[in-house]
Design a protein around this ligand. Structure first.
Ligand code: C2E
Ligand code: MG
Ligand code: MG
Ligand code: MG
Length: 280
């Protein structure tokens, strides 16, 4: 009985916390060499337009650690940001993703996530223009995904940066909408092409009337503002059917295709399996 009391649990918890913290320190140190050692790679997840089928892929960063295996972005990106490494890593992702995308069908877009640190580093739009030029990739085929966290930072002129990107022809998507500090004033002031509604609201959209109300509201909001709406985390045919009925423009999630290696894209497109699961 003694080992099940509160104190026993607390001791165990503290020990594993310590081990976790030590591992995090070790991870942080190895993160510093990961870029040089080419340990990063990108997986691509299909973006499916309800009316046209697949229109491109979102680039999702992974870190293949030499001993720990593949580490997901939610674990290492915050560390990279804290250590000031995300600027260089982000530039690598952008260049690699555009290079890869130039081998896809010529109407496909590539969506690249952007962290606040990259935005804040200054000279961001020049770097984007430089990379597009070097890889000879048309700006119209690049979609940059930002979260509301980026817009919270008021130290640089976010609006100027977004407008400069817009002038370049780059599209801008507002990612994870509804989960953070959603403010309608962003939608009034920023030239978003697409709003991505977070998978939190999609999870139970078939059964939960509150989720349904929120998703309907966001779809109407986006369309009223002339923006496209993407649903994230679509896992079931029922969700897809519901979203299609409510005039959601784009779907993304395991139902349409899980993130895949660049080598797997060719087969995926040839099989056309992205459409089979949800068109009914
Ligand atoms: P995100 O941009 O919202 O990306 C979607 C996440 O949902 C991805 O997680 C994807 O694997 C996952 N997902 C896709 N379909 C489903 C589904 O049907 N069900 C569920 N439960 N999940 C699904 P991932 O790859 O672990 O990435 C997590 C986050 O890390 C991303 O969220 C994005 O914010 C960030 N991230 C990824 N790559 C980059 C990058 O290159 N740069 C920056 N700054 N952030 C990145
Ligand atoms: Mg994203
Ligand atoms: Mg998202
Ligand atoms: Mg998300």
């Amino acid at each position: 009985a003694a080992k099940n009391d509160g104190r026993g649990r607390a001791r165990t918890f503290n020990r594993s916390m310590m081990i976790m913290l030590e591992q995090r320190e070790t991870l942080r140190r190895s993160l510093r060499v990961a870029l040089k050692e080419q340990q990063f790679f990108i997986e691509y997840q299909p973006l499916v337009e309800v009316s046209e089928g697949i229109v491109g892929f979102e680039a999702l960063l992974r870190w293949r650690h030499p001993f720990a295996g593949v580490i997901p972005p939610n674990v290492f990106i915050p560390m990279a940001e804290a250590d000031g490494l995300m600027g260089d890593i982000g530039a690598w992702v952008l260049e690699e993703a555009c290079r890869e995308a130039s081998t896809w069908p010529s109407h496909f877009i590539v969506a690249v996530n952007l962290s606040p640190a990259e935005f804040l580093r200054g000279g961001f739009t020049d770097r984007v223009a430089g990379i597009l030029d070097e890889v000879r990739f048309p700006a119209e085929r690049l979609e940059i995904e930002i979260t509301e966290t980026v817009l919270l930072e008021r130290t640089t002129n976010n609006l100027d940066i977004l407008h400069t990107l817009e002038v370049l022809g780059v599209r801008i998507a507002l990612d994870d909408f509804g989960t953070r500090y959603s403010s309608l004033s962003y939608l009034q002031n920023f030239p978003f092409d697409t709003i991505k509604i977070d998978r939190h609201f999609i999870k139970d959209v078939e059964t939960n009337p509150k989720s349904q109300t929120i998703v309907r509201f966001v779809i109407g909001l986006a369309h009223g503002l002339g923006m496209r709406i993407t649903a994230e985390g679509v896992e079931t045919a029922g969700q897809a059917t519901w979203l299609r009925r409510e005039k959601c423009d784009r779907l993304q999630g395991r139902l349409l295709g899980a993130p895949m290696s660049s080598e797997a894209i060719g087969d995926f497109l040839r099989q056309g399996s992205f459409a089979a699961g949800w068109i009914s």
